[in-house]
Design a protein around this ligand. Structure first.
Ligand SMILES: NC(=O)c1ccc[n+]([C@@H]2O[C@H](COP(=O)([O-])OP(=O)(O)OC[C@H]3O[C@@H](n4cnc5c(N)ncnc54)[C@H](OP(=O)(O)O)[C@@H]3O)[C@@H](O)[C@H]2O)c1
Length: 330
């Protein structure tokens, strides 16, 4: 196994698939080997843009390629379950875009399949593997800013897409909670754990999806995490964690590669900066490849249980806000 390279197949050729194809070029223990699209022309174009040897005009052909070790799933949320099952049923490990399933039942089904087939499965929550987020977690755990009293996290982008686009289309499980709010919720759960209580409210589209949503988590005693997400407006995408000794600021765009700024109550300041080899998506790919090479079926950094707790929280927020996906019941 020593010098083995993990061979990747990318399933879907949209925006994030290109981002991952770029990142995979710098991942040492990996080779971007194949791509599959619903149409052969798109697969061929993608393959030629990223120097990929093999391209398929269907997802089925991609997952049946015996050379492929892992499938990276880059389709809209509503297809993750179907596509990940297709991959695992054909003996492939899976790195699946977030959310790995649109509700708890879906995530449980995927985990069951990964266990049954003894395959690696991970939700592609790329921020979890970024050096700035890892550093933030370390600083908080070591008590650098004292007891945490308040976390704030924002993710708002003005989406100019139409109502049919996956941002809004309820058949594709649109809405901010699963698409961008997930990052805020992830940060709070990563740093503070599962909340004791929460409240949530959303502004809904005519279809019934959340165009804007705010959610507040209550932790022990007097600690809160206050968060919101929107597809209707632009706003600074910043996260701050306030403790009794100071605060940590993750500047715009907080869930991407960036600096960690620590501002202490006594006026001192510390800034941590990090070199990133590509666009930041290489860290999650490296983690997936390393896990597979060492025979692990899940990552310690972002485990199956982490994905389950995250989706269960999003289910609760959606219920509170009245956001229901007609084709993907709870
Ligand atoms: N981690 C991140 O930073 C990040 C950023 C953006 C998105 N994402 C996640 O990645 C997933 C895809 O997002 P995206 O922005 O890349 O979407 P996108 O640009 O619309 O691409 C999705 C791709 O999925 C395939 N597809 C299969 N069935 C489809 C259908 N019915 N409608 C539309 N596309 C379909 C298409 O590829 P073919 O035509 O080639 O089959 C399409 O190009 C989402 O789950 C999202 O949450 C993650």
């Amino acid at each position: 196994m020593e010098n083995k390279k993990i061979k990747w197949g990318i399933l879907g050729t949209g925006r994030i698939a290109k981002v991952m194809a770029t990142a995979l070029q710098v991942v040492e223990n990996s080779e971007l080997y194949a791509v599959g699209s619903r149409t052969k022309i798109k697969a061929d174009e993608f393959a030629s843009e990223f120097n990929i040897l093999t391209s398929y005009g269907s997802y089925e052909e991609l997952v049946r390629d015996a050379e492929v070790d892992i499938i990276y799933i880059a389709t809209p949320h509503n297809l993750h379950l179907e596509n990940a099952l297709l991959a695992m049923n054909n003996g492939k490990h899976v790195l699946c875009e977030k959310p790995v399933g649109v509700n708890r039942n879906e995530v449980e089904t995927l985990i069951k399949k990964a266990k049954e087939k003894k395959l690696f499965l991970m939700e592609a929550l790329w921020s979890r593997f970024l050096p700035n987020i890892i550093k933030t977690k370390e600083l908080i755990e070591s008590g650098e800013i004292g007891d945490i009293k308040l976390l704030t996290a924002v993710f708002c982008i003005k989406s100019n897409n139409g109502q049919d686009h996956r941002h809004f289309n309820l058949d594709l499980c649109g809405g901010t909670i699963l698409d961008i709010g997930i990052y805020n919720i992830f940060l709070s759960m990563l740093l503070l754990g599962k909340p004791q209580d929460f409240s949530a409210i959303a502004g809904l589209s005519e279809q019934g999806g959340d165009n804007t949503c705010s959610y507040t988590f209550k932790y022990e005693k007097d600690t809160l995490a206050v968060m919101y997400s929107s597809f209707l407006v632009e706003s600074p995408i910043v996260a701050e964690i306030h403790g009794t000794k100071g605060k940590i600021v993750l500047e715009h765009v907080w869930f991407c590669p960036g600096k960690v700024k620590v501002l202490y109550n006594d006026g001192r300041e510390q800034i941590f900066d990090f070199d990133v080899k590509s666009n930041g998506y290489e860290y999650e790919a490296e983690e997936a490849a390393n896990c597979i090479l060492s025979g692990k079926t899940q990552s310690d950094l972002w485990s199956w249980n982490n994905s389950l707790e995250l989706v269960a929280m999003m289910d609760s927020i959606r219920k509170e806000c009245g956001v229901v996906y007609p084709k993907h019941d709870f």
